[in-house]
Structure formats: structure tokens, C-alpha cells
Design a protein around this ligand. Structure first.
Ligand code: ATP
Length: 902
């Protein structure tokens, strides 16, 4: 666009070069035009290709062998058989395709949800847009915690520091200055008037023009960076993958044995070859990984609907094992809707009326309404509240809202209630961060420069040497300091959040030469204010739910210990007044800290390093920790936690990228809900593993036992494949979406390294598989011998009976797999509509195979008579019938047996 490079241009030159407008940003028409030419995406744009996915279904070795064998059997003459097997294989592939496609699609949806955003000025309005939609010329706002969304030329900066380690490897953040002009060959790390895509703002603020997007950025040239929702396998998927391999080996061995024994006993080689392969295809739980992915992905989608976006799939599993939730207070446990209630200067305490952000309400002193602006000292505080402030008050459709930090919003509202609205220009800003717990600005009013400071009182008082008393500035005595501290404690005990205000007049331009620390000294203490931030409506209930579920909720906050403890008591986190303060943490050993955290459950006035230490200590004691965070400095703790949770509303992009999960509503209850979903998802995975493996063991074992016993084959290859199709597909999938069972939050968390077969599941699968095999073999023998006794060829009847038993036993079994604790009748037999639908479809398909003459020829089946059905249904439904009788008995004769509801 220009011959000079961006960093060589002055601000005005770059605005012209990129064709932008500093006042209002780009007009949307221009944006649309530019979007046709530019794309701010580094993605390789890999889309799911349905055809490739479908064809992939046929690349499975076993399926290929089966297809090969089918062709051979077709050539040898069994054309009908060959065609049917082909049809079954294709149906199976379609089913596999649907499963995988759904999984991929859901993961794609989730990726979209977590894609980064940028705040831009367009058409004169400040809006938040997906970073991908940025075009050159867009004017973006940067602040601490933001990821730089494209390559930018800065046009204003205030204390701006950027971590460019992603590009330069240099871990110390670099200072930026919009006014600088660099030489053409300035090193990347020294281009102080530029900000580059993929780097992150660690401090300060700035405004900048987008000059390069997407693949034209420095990062784009390095390419291949930035991945959103990671598709890496979860630990469970890895374990299942290993299990799958072991199962395949065992299956192949048994199938080969069955085939060899059959040949040795005189069956035809082709039949036994086909039987062996069909058995292998049927018995290998090839659907397992796909169903696990579907269940995880569906669960993740459900969580997204409930405001929890999972960025890293393993987090879903870990959620179910969570033993401690370390949660922020402000905004997560409380509403983050602050209203200033009290204001105090040295000689008076004023009450402020009004609710929410509506800038209407009286100031009263000793019960009488007053004009706050008539009091010099109160006016000073209101001035600090208004000007040492980066938020904006906005009139919205249904009332007023705040853009920016709610604490600052409350201060704006307070100033507006007194009639103070017009802000002064900020000449310099020392930004707020959770370490300093205060913020300062330099402003000029009527020729006089002022430093205005607001923040946590205990982080301001040490820098104050003077105070305003009776409208005059005097030395701040210890007794006066103590008086303010006592007042803060009294207010904090009433759950008020207390902020202190201080200021000092500055001598002309002297402040320009001083660094931040030098500026913030010798301050004049003006007074304090107290604001309410009520607990979120659902917090108490969610805290209780956690406690019932064996999870310890811990509040970790930057706020005052007394405010923290008052809120903690209100929402039931702690009944006592015990709080660990940030200062104390430094003096505790790891094991002391561990005990105190679990005992006191409230940690206040913490800095981000304390959060990190707490996570480490908890983890070292085998706790599974979920930790929330919003600020850029919280990223390390979030990364270290088993589940790092970032705040969607107040959280910075950097925190979000370190997190495993993002809460779009910042609400504590959403974490608890996600844990609930996490537990349910794991349960469901166990359910269909129980079902699939139980059924598959039944299928292999019936053939194996028959060959051992020397009976003819109880099922033909085609029948085995059919059983696999009817039982492994739809019912297993439907089980994966079983609604969570009652009481899921009334049991303790599952141990993190627990085997998937723990708590007796392995035994249940084995015994159920054996049972299914035994009854199928038994019905085969009954059909076989009965036919013989009646002078018929018994194989077709025996096989039809065995084959139908195998199908029905699994279709009954699937209902039992719905819960490890409750009978399907207790859960509501018809509650899982998909399962009912899947089972009905399977039954109808099975009836077609038995009763439709064309299919009878293909599958070598015969119609069954009443007594034969009775035997089949009794044998396969034995357990469920028993459970039904028991359930009915209890309903009618044992009253009040109700089970805990979630
Ligand atoms: P959480 O509970 O989520 O950790 P918090 O808001 O209580 O959040 P911080 O944001 O670290 O914790 O704030 C700590 C203290 O700093 C507050 O108690 C308040 O006194 C002060 N403070 C908060 N926001 C501002 C601000 N914008 N400017 C100046 N001081 C602030």
C-alpha cells in the first residue's frame, strides 16, 4: 500500500496509507468491500469432507478383508450371500460415517465458539467482532490481557507493554509507544510503534490501526500457529484405544481358533473363513472410539448450551473427578453489579440511595438530603471516581448498563447521581492490576495538574501522608489512619466492597519525568466508599450441591478478608469468620497451607502468584482442582490447574487461551452444572462400554463354545454380521445420550486414575457376555434337537433361534445398561426416547429377517412359532422381567422408597 514500511510512517501517514479514519473508524460499506479482498485468518481452512469421511469407513483392514472374502464367496457362487454381506457392510459404514460426522461437526461448532474477538471502532461505534472479520484500516482497542488480533500500527498508547515471546522468544514484555518512528531495518523486537498478531498485551492500553491481516502478518508468514479447541485425545480415549488394540488381538485369536477348529471338524474352508472374519468384524468394538467422541462432543455441546465452553476435551473427563473448586468471588459468586451505598470523608459518612446502574438517587447525611457537590471534599472524591475511571455508562433498552469494569461503573453512577458527568482528559494512566490493587491518572483542571488515585484502601494508605479534615489538608496521623481502617472493617463485615480515594496536586510538567512509583507518593487521603455486590441468586444452592457431591468450594479473591468472609457466610462456603489472607500465605509451609485452605475455604487479598501456589499445593496432595481466573496474571494458575476455567465476560483473551473451559456467563453455578455434565458423560461412556463389550463377548463366546463342544455352527457369517449391525449401531448410540441419572451429584468424585472397568464393571461385562452366549447356545440346541426329533433338518431353526436370542438378549440388556444403580423402571422405562426408537427399529428389522420370504432365503431363517418365541423372550429377558416384578412389588408394597433427586 505504501513504499515506506508501516513502522517508518508517522501516525498521520499510516492513517492515510491504510485509508482509515481515526474519528469514526471504517464505514461498514468499506469494511464489506475490504472483506472481499482480505481475510484475517491463519487457519489452513481444513473442512470436514463428508466423502472422505465416508470412504474412510472402508479403509478399516477388517472391513477390507471382509469385502475381499465376500467377492471370493460371490465368485464361488454364493451370489446372494455376497450381495447381502455387501449391503450390511455398506449400512455399517453409513452408520459409522454418521457417528463420526456428528462428532466432527460438533467439534467444529465448538471451535467457532471459542474463536478470539477484537474490539473495533466502525461507523463511529465501538463493537466487538470475531477477529477473523478484521480488515486493514480497522481501528482496534487494546488492553491488558488482549491478544493482538492482527498486525497493527499503534496510534495511541498508555503504559502499553506487550509480550512478544510467541514471535521473538523474548519473555520480558516490551514497552510500546505510538509516537515512535522506526527505521526500515529495525529488528522485530524493537518496532516499538507496532503490535503483532499472536502477541499479548500485558499492561496498559492503546489504540491501533490494522495494517496487515491473516497470512500477510508476521505470524502468518511463520504460519501454522494458533489452534483453537484442541482435538487431542482425552486420557480415557487413549486408554480405550489401547484397550481396543488388546481386544482386537484377543478377538482375532479366538476367531482364528474358531475357524481352524471348524475346518478341522469338517466344515467347508470357505464357510469357516467367512465365519472367522464375520465374527471378527462383529466382535471388534470398532464403533467404540467413534461413540466415545460422539458422547464427548454431544456433552460438550450440551455444556455450551449451559454456558460452559470446553476448549480442551480432556477437561470433560477431569470435570467428573473434581474435588476442589477454587473460585473468584467478584462476578462468579457475586453478581458483579455494584452499587455504591456509602461514602465517608474524615468528618462525615454519607448514604447514597438508588439501585443498580440507574444514575438516580439522593445523598443523605444524618437522615437529611444533601448536595454532595457543595461539599469540597465529597466533590473531590466524586471527581476521582469519575476521572480515575475507564468505564462508560450507557443507556440501554431496558435501563442503564456499564461498558467496562463494574466497580468503575458503580463509581460513575455515584458521580452521576451527584450531577458530575463530564470527564477530564486523561494525560497519563497507571493502570489497575490485581497486584497493585489501585489505579492512578494524571488530569488537568483549570491549569492545575492532579494525580487522582483510587483502589483498595490498604494499598493506598501506605502512600498517603496527608488527609483532608474540615476542608483543609493536614498531616495524616496514625489515629486517623486507624479510624479509616476501622470504618473499612465495619463496612466490609457487612459485605461491602471498600475503595479508598486519594489525590495530590502536581507541579506543572514535573510528573512527566517521574516514574509510576515516584508519582504515587505523598498522597492526600480523601475518603472511602462502600459498594454492595450481592451474591448471585443460585450461588447458595450450587455451593450446597458441591458440598453434597464431595467437592470443596474455595473462594479466592482480591477483595478485603472481611468482605470475602461476609459473602462466604451468605452463600454457605464457610460458617466461620476464618480467612487466610494473601500476606499470611507467604508464611505458611505447603502442608499448613493445604490444611488451612481446606479448613477455612476463604482466601482474600491474594495476588495471582498466591493462586498458583494454592493450585500446586492442592495438586501435590492429590486433589483435582478446578480454578477460575479472569486477569492476564491468572493465566499461570489456570494452566496449572487440572481444569483451568476462564471467565467469558470479564476474562481476558490470554486467560481464555490458557483455560480448559470458558464460562460465558462467569457464573459459579455453571461450573457446578459442568461438573454434573462431566459426571454424566463419563457415566454414559461406561454405559455403552458395558453394553458393547457385554454383547460382543456374547457373540464370540457362543461361536467359540459351539466349536469346542463340537456342535454345528450356531450362526452363519451373514447372521453374525446382522447381529452386529442391529445391536452395535443405533442402541449403543442412543445409550450414549442417556439423560443423567438421579443422585449423580450425591456421590463423591471418581478417583482420577480409576480404570474404566472399576467398581465391578469388568465382572458385569464378563458375566453378562457369558450369560448371553449360554442362552443363545441353549436356544440353538433346543431348536436343533427339536427339529431332529420331528424329522426335519434342524440347522435353520436352531440358528434362527440362536440368532434371534442373541439380538433380543442385547436389546433387553441395553435397558439394564442405562444405570448401574437404578432399574430401568425406576428411571422411567420410556425416558430415553432415542433408545426406545432404536430398539423398536432393531426389533422390526429382526422380524423382517425372520418373516419376509426373500430375507428368509438370504439369511437362512425360518418363521418362529409361539413356544419358540416364549423360550427366546424368557431367556433373553429373564433379568429385566425379574427387575420389573421387583419394582412393581416395591411400588405397591414398600412405600416411600423414593430416591434422591438431583
Ligand atoms: P475476584 O474476587 O474476582 O478476585 P476482586 O475484584 O475482588 O476479584 P481484584 O480485582 O484483584 O479482586 O481487586 C482487588 C481490590 O482492588 C478490590 O477489593 C478493590 O478494592 C480494588 N479494585 C478493584 N477494581 C479496581 C479498579 N478498577 N480500580 C481501582 N481499584 C480497584
Amino acid at each position: 500500500m505504501t513504499e515506506k514500511l508501516w513502522w517508518q510512517l508517522s501516525i498521520a501517514e499510516s492513517v492515510t496509507a491504510v485509508g482509515s479514519n481515526i474519528e469514526g473508524g471504517l464505514p461498514s460499506k468499506e469494511v464489506q468491500e475490504r472483506q472481499t479482498r482480505f481475510n484475517n485468518s491463519l487457519d489452513s481452512g481444513k473442512q470436514i469432507q463428508p466423502l472422505v469421511l465416508l470412504l474412510n469407513q472402508f479403509t478399516d483392514t477388517m472391513v477390507l478383508v471382509l469385502l475381499g472374502a465376500t467377492v471370493i464367496s460371490g465368485l464361488v457362487g454364493a451370489m446372494g450371500d455376497a450381495l447381502t454381506i455387501m449391503a450390511i457392510v455398506i449400512l455399517n459404514a453409513v452408520l459409522g460415517f454418521i457417528q463420526e460426522y456428528r462428532a466432527e461437526k460438533s467439534l467444529d461448532e465448538i471451535k467457532k465458539l471459542v474463536s478470539p474477538h477484537a474490539v473495533v471502532l466502525r461507523d463511529g461505534k465501538t463493537i466487538k467482532i470475531p477477529s477473523q472479520e478484521l480488515v486493514p484500516g480497522d481501528l482496534v482497542f487494546l488492553e491488558a490481557g488482549d491478544k493482538v488480533p492482527a498486525d497493527l500500527r499503534l496510534i495511541s498508547s498508555s503504559g502499553l507493554e506487550i509480550d512478544e515471546s510467541a514471535l521473538t522468544g523474548e519473555s520480558v514484555p516490551v514497552e510500546k509507544n505510538a509516537e515512535d518512528i522506526c527505521l526500515a531495518d529495525t529488528l522485530l523486537a524493537e518496532k516499538s510503534n507496532m503490535a503483532f498478531l499472536g502477541t499479548s498485551v500485558t499492561r496498559g492500553r492503546g489504540r491501533a490501526l490494522v495494517v496487515e491481516t491473516g497470512m500477510n502478518t508476521v505470524m502468518g508468514q511463520i504460519a501454522g500457529m494458533m489452534k483453537e479447541t484442541e482435538k487431542n485425545m482425552t486420557p480415557l480415549q487413549v486408554r480405550l484405544d489401547q484397550l481396543g488394540k488388546i481386544l482386537i488381538a484377543i478377538c482375532l485369536l479366538v476367531c482364528a481358533l474358531v475357524a481352524l477348529l471348524g475346518i478341522w471338524r469338517g466344515e467347508s474352508i470357505l464357510t469357516m473363513f467367512m465365519a472367522g472374519i464375520s465374527l471378527a468384524v462383529a466382535a471388534i468394538p470398532e464403533g467404540l472410539p467413534a461413540i466415545v467422541t460422539v458422547v464427548l462432543a454431544l456433552g460438550v455441546q450440551r455444556m455450551a448450551k449451559h454456558n460452559a465452553i470446553v476448549r480442551k476435551l480432556p477437561a470433560v473427563e477431569t470435570l467428573g473427578c473434581t474435588t476442589v473448586i477454587c473460585s473468584d468471588k467478584t462476578g462468579t459468586l457475586t453478581r458483579n453489579q455494584m452499587t455504591v451505598r456509602k461514602l465517608a470523608v474524615m468528618d462525615k459518612t454519607v448514604e447514597i440511595e438508588g439501585d443498580g446502574y440507574e444514575p438516580r438517587g439522593k445523598f443523605t447525611w444524618a437522615g437529611r438530603s444533601i448536595q454532595a457537590l457543595n461539599d469540597k471534599n465529597l466533590k473531590m472524591i466524586l471527581n476521582i471516581a469519575l476521572n480515575c475511571n475507564q468505564s462508560a455508562l450507557r443507556q440501554e433498552k431496558n435501563g442503564y448498563g456499564v461498558q467496562g469494569d463494574p466497580t468503575e461503573g458503580a463509581l460513575l453512577v455515584m458521580a452521576a447521581k451527584a450531577g458530575l458527568k463530564n470527564k477530564l482528559e486523561i494525560l497519563r494512566e497507571i493502570p489497575f492490576d490485581s497486584e497493585r490493587k489501585r489505579m492512578s491518572v494524571v488530569v488537568q483542571e483549570q491549569g492545575q495538574y492532579y494525580l487522582l488515585v483510587k483502589g483498595a484502601l490498604d494499598y493506598i494508605i501506605p502512600y498517603c501522608s496527608r488527609v483532608v479534615k474540615n476542608d483543609t489538608v493536614k498531616t495524616l496521623e496514625n489515629t486517623e489512619k486507624q479510624a479509616f481502617i476501622n470504618m473499612q472493617e465495619a463496612w466490609a463485615s457487612d459485605a461491602l466492597r471498600v475503595l479508598g480515594f486519594a489525590y495530590k496536586p502536581l507541579i506543572q510538567d514535573n510528573w512527566k519525568k517521574k516514574n509510576d512509583l515516584e508519582l504515587e507518593t505523598d498522597l492526600i487521603l480523601a475518603g472511602i466508599c462502600g459498594m454492595i455486590d450481592p451474591p448471585r441468586p443460585g450461588a447458595l444452592r450450587s455451593v450446597k450441591k458441591c458440598q453434597r457431591a464431595g467437592i470443596v468450594p474455595v473462594m479466592i479473591t482480591g477483595d478485603h478478608p472481611l468482605t470475602a468472609s461476609a459473602i462466604a457466610r451468605e452463600i454457605g462456603i464457610s460458617k466461620e469468620n476464618r480467612v487466610i489472607s494473601g500476606g499470611e500465605i507467604d508464611h505458611l509451609t505447603d502442608s499448613e497451607l493445604y490444611k488451612r485452605v481446606l479448613q477455612d475455604r476463604v482466601v482474600a487479598r491474594v495476588s495471582p502468584q498466591h493462586k498458583n501456589r494454592i493450585v500446586n499445593v492442592l495438586k501435590a496432595h492429590q486433589q483435582v482442582v478446578a480454578m477460575t481466573g479472569d486477569g492476564v496474571n491468572d493465566a499461570p494458575a489456570i494452566k496449572t490447574a487440572d481444569i483451568g476455567i476462564a471467565m467469558g465476560i470479564s476474562g481476558t483473551q490470554v486467560t481464555k487461551e490458557s483455560a480448559g473451559m470458558i464460562l460465558t456467563d462467569d457464573d459459579f453455578s455453571t461450573i457446578v452444572r459442568a461438573i454434573y455434565e462431566g459426571r454424566a458423560i463419563y457415566d454414559n461412556i461406561r454405559k455403552f462400554i458395558r453394553y458393547l463389550l457385554g454383547g460382543n463377548i456374547g457373540e464370540v463366546l457362543v461361536m467359540f463354545l459351539a466349536t469346542l463342544m463340537g456342535t454345528p455352527l450356531p450362526m452363519l457369517p451373514i447372521q453374525i454380521l446382522w447381529v452386529n449391525l442391529v445391536t452395535d449401531g443405533l442402541p449403543a448410540m442412543a445409550l450414549g445420550i442417556e439423560p443423567p441419572e438421579p443422585g449423580i451429584m450425591n456421590r463423591p468424585p471418581r478417583p482420577k486414575n480409576e480404570s474404566i472397568f472399576a467398581r465391578g464393571l469388568g465382572w458385569i461385562i464378563l458375566s453378562r457376555g457369558t450369560y448371553i452366549a449360554m442362552i443363545s447356545l441353549a436356544t440353538f440346541l433346543i431348536g436343533y434337537y427339536w427339529s431332529h426329533q420331528h424329522g426335519m433338518d434342524g440347522l435353520d431353526l436352531g440358528r434362527t433361534m440362536a440368532f434371534t436370542t442373541l439380538v433380543f438378549a442385547q436389546l433387553f440388556y441395553v435397558f439394564e445398561c442405562r444405570s448401574e444403580q437404578y432399574s430401568p423402571f425406576e428411571l422411567g422405562f420410556f425416558k430415553n426416547k432415542f433408545l426406545i426408537g432404536a430398539v423398536l427399529i432393531s426389533i422390526i428389522m429382526q422380524l423382517f429377517v425372520i418373516y419376509l420370504p426373500t430375507l428368509q432365503n438370504v439369511f437362512a431363517t425360518v418363521p418362529l412359532e409361539g413356544w419358540q418365541w416364549a423360550i427366546i423372550l424368557l431367556a433373553s429377558g429373564f433379568r429385566i422381567i425379574l427387575r420389573f416384578i421387583l419394582y412393581t412389588w416395591q411400588r405397591f408394597f414398600v412405600f416411600n422408597r423414593g430416591y434422591a433427586k438431583i
